[in-house]
Design a binder for this molecule. Sequence first.
Ligand code: G3P
Ligand code: MG
Length: 281
Amino acid sequence: TFFDRFSDVHLIGAHRGFRACRPENTISAFTASLGRCHFIEIDVQISRDGIPVVFHDSTLKRTSNAALIADRFGIKSMRLSTWDLSRLKELDIGSWFLAADPFGTLAAGTTSVADLEPQMPQRILTLAELLEWAMRHMLPVNIEIKDQRHTRFDQHAASLVLDVIHRAGAASMVLISSFNHDYLLQCKAMAPQISIGVLQNEQHPPELVQYLLALGAAAYHPADAITTRELIRTLRAAGFGINVYTVNDKKRQRDLFNFGATAVFTDFPELPASARRRPIQ
Ligand code: G3P
Ligand code: MG
């Protein structure tokens, strides 16, 4: 698969799409990342009616107009897992970006209101829709399954996601990652050929190499703050990919690649000058 061929190619992963210049996890953000990355990273959660959808936060507040829709229908909960797909599809998950300018790229003129406004509203994507789009563009996808504990689909999250991947014929184009390593074990048990990446934000598991071997992982995905040259060297020597998030500083990206990192996730995806570039779409 694409994600088993971790090598000395330095991969750029567009974190939630081109998140600095477009609303995260939308077609707008994914389209803007085309030609600027080797793969995209997306976050996946399960709707109330059991459909995997592409969205980061467990609540709808920050990146949608859910408050408005909830008011109209007398909905009390802002948790994504309590909304059916049909209702989620009514949300505008793009326009908040114009008001919030979360990375200051509108203020800086890196992206323009005039370019963005016609792309609104953006609608939440099902994982099936996203994979269909990615396959059309031959763009590999890192699917991060968000922790679904405290939802009714915790035990089924992995199988629901795998089911969509198989229906899309996308197994060789995806890498599944999660902070919830139970999901990764389940994925490997159900689909041994699927590539998995082990996410970690604070402390490395003890006996890390053994841990990754036991999980059947293709790669380790540590936060930048816990990533060292030594860690990278050890994991590369043991044959694992090491994909670091979230690295927006260009010098740090270079250093990590020099240490042997196989990929970085960035909110400002950009391929090296030698590779073809496209203007932001
Ligand atoms: O998968 C890497 C990174 O996306 C993990 O953190 O919160 O941005 O999903 P988060
Ligand atoms: Mg993520």
